[in-house]
Design a protein around this ligand. Structure first.
Ligand SMILES: NC(=O)c1ccc[n+]([C@@H]2O[C@H](COP(=O)([O-])OP(=O)(O)OC[C@H]3O[C@@H](n4cnc5c(N)ncnc54)[C@H](O)[C@@H]3O)[C@@H](O)[C@H]2O)c1
Ligand SMILES: [Zn+2]
Length: 342
């Protein structure tokens, strides 16, 4: 099964997100007769050498701490050393860190070269792949510096996930569940009907879930362009997730999102009448997929981290609240109201 979702981008051709047995389409998607340089990471060179080995490589390090301007500078230096020019083509092969770095470097080197992604982590396939945000961390803030620039294409091939560590796989599922809770109740129900093992073993089932999650994100990104929707909905669970990540190094991003979603369910019960039954369904699905739904960070430490995370707004935070699975709202909430909510 191969499905292509087109995401509008200002002016030119839409960005193509190709999902399913999609890797076979790569040759077709790359521009003919141009030099292709892959930006990738060490793990991918090791685990997916058959893919990365097809191109000249620029290999970046691992982990959130290397997602910074120094890495962008290094990639640009490598491009210059290789004699890359604006006719060269960048393909980012990796998880969300690689796609963020590759998209940013491609956007600024020689004032912009064309680029595409082969997303190799589940999180990158469902989240980092769509929306055109390419950012790096700066001055202690996540993704503070970057560009809006959509790739020509994103390949999301479930087969590439065979070498992804299971923990990273589960972390990606958290972002798919998030998409279901925001805007697609039937995607959410897929997780009630199936086990973690089903998603690990059945590539068609997984591709269906990826397609649905990409649709949710693509639709919200497009709505927002027309200013009829609200892109902030995509941050469901992320206000508290970023606080958890700031206070503890124990969790990978998707795990922090799962904890953040469980916390926001508790908050939504108090602020917008989410029923205990609906909150229970969401927490149960997260647990069933092997994700954490609580942490032992004291609430006051989490709340102070929420405040620290928001450089620009000192009075209130935009919380994404859950009305029911498949329907959420954005609510500006003064910090003074937060104590007692979690
Ligand atoms: N730009 C956006 O819109 C957007 C959206 C969501 C997340 N992000 C960013 O994405 C990053 C997180 O993405 P991530 O979880 O993919 O992180 P990541 O890129 O660090 O990948 C996770 C780990 O899995 C490894 N890996 C990836 N694919 C593999 C494969 N097929 N086989 C074996 N190992 C593999 C990587 O080497 C890494 O160690 C964060 O920095 C986040 O800010 C960006
Ligand atoms: Zn996220």
């Amino acid at each position: 099964m191969v499905e292509t979702i087109l995401v509008r981008r200002g002016g030119g051709e839409p960005s193509r997100v190709v999902i399913g047995d999609a890797l076979g389409e790569l040759e077709e998607l790359l521009p003919k007769g141009r030099r292709v340089i892959a930006v990738t990471d060490r793990n991918l060179v090791q685990c997916q050498g058959g893919l990365t080995g097809r191109f000249e490589n620029i290999v970046i390090g691992l982990g959130e701490r290397i997602k910074n301007l120094t890495t962008i500078e290094r990639v640009c230096q490598e491009l210059a050393r290789m004699g890359a020019d604006r006719e060269s083509y960048i393909v980012g092969i990796g998880g969300g860190i690689v796609t963020d770095v590759a998209g940013f470097a491609a956007s600024v080197y020689m004032r912009g070269m064309r680029f595409g992604f082969v997303a190799t982590s589940l999180l990158a396939q469902v989240d980092a792949s769509v929306g055109g945000k390419n950012g790096v961390n700066f001055d202690g803030y996540k993704n503070l510096v970057g560009t809006f620039n959509q790739p020509d294409f994103v390949i999301c091939d479930a087969g590439l996930l065979a070498t992804l560590p299971e923990r990273e796989f589960r972390a990606g599922l958290a972002e798919i569940i998030k998409a279901g809770v925001i805007a697609d109740a039937s995607l959410f129900e897929l997780f009630e009907r199936h086990t973690l093992r089903d998603f690990l073993c059945d590539n068609d089932l997984l591709a269906r879930a990826i397609i649905a999650a990409v649709r949710v994100k693509a639709q919200i990104v497009e709505w927002d362009e027309r200013e009829a929707g609200d892109r902030r909905l995509l941050n469901l669970g992320h206000t508290f997730a970023h606080a958890v990540e700031k206070r503890s190094r124990r969790y990978v991003h998707g795990e922090a999102v799962a904890i953040g979603m469980a916390l926001i369910c508790a908050v939504s019960q108090k602020l917008c009448g989410l029923s205990a039954n609906e909150a229970g369904r969401i927490v149960a699905v997260l647990r069933k997929m092997g994700l954490p739904t609580e942490c032992n960070i004291p609430p006051e430490k989490l709340l102070s981290a929420v405040r620290l995370d928001k450089k620009r707004d000192q009075d209130a935070v935009n919380l994404i609240l859950v009305n029911e699975t498949g329907r959420c709202e954005v609510r500006r909430t003064p910090y003074s109201e937060l104590p007692g909510l979690i």
